[in-house]
Design a protein around this ligand. Sequence first.
Ligand code: K2U
Ligand code: ZN
Length: 172
Amino acid sequence: MAIRDILVVPDARLKTVSAPVAVVDDSLRALMDDMLETMYAAPGIGLAAIQVGEPVRVIVMDLDHRDGERTPRYFVNPEILWASEETQPYEEGCLSVPDIYDEVERPAQVKLRYVNYRGETIEEDAEGIFAVCIQHEMDHLDGVLFIDHLSRLKRDRAVSKVKKATREADAA
Ligand code: K2U
Ligand code: ZN
């Protein structure tokens, strides 16, 4: 397993619409293992493959990895089959938009279909932080960042702030 670099705005690759996965094989499982190690090291609770530069429809997640207890989740070719009309606000962040947080409104419940680590097709309901995180990650698979749901002014300010922080870090 390896920790990979996480792409940061304004990297244009983050706008990629990722391609569906043809088969869940050992090569894909190795990528998912690297994604998980990268996510735990960040730290984060979710990560999409494009965030490590791999334009495939794969997400990893671990919503509650406290005290060393790890419960990794794997979502290949995830689809939303149904979304509630009811929405919920959540203060989101993103490993590709570091140190920027803002409120995003998303459907409170969603019904998912995806393929898991063993290649099995699963249907599952999500609510709460699980619903927030899976929708945030699925946006990544379509080249959409949480700041794209904000006003243009807020989005532009966020990108400028990250670019400034990156310049200062590179100069240090
Ligand atoms: O896509 C990512 O960058 C991973 C996010 C996932 C996430 C974003 C918003 C809301 C929930 C999950 C990172 O985990 S951001 C860090 C974080 C950690 C705990 C709770 C919220 C955000
Ligand atoms: Zn993100």
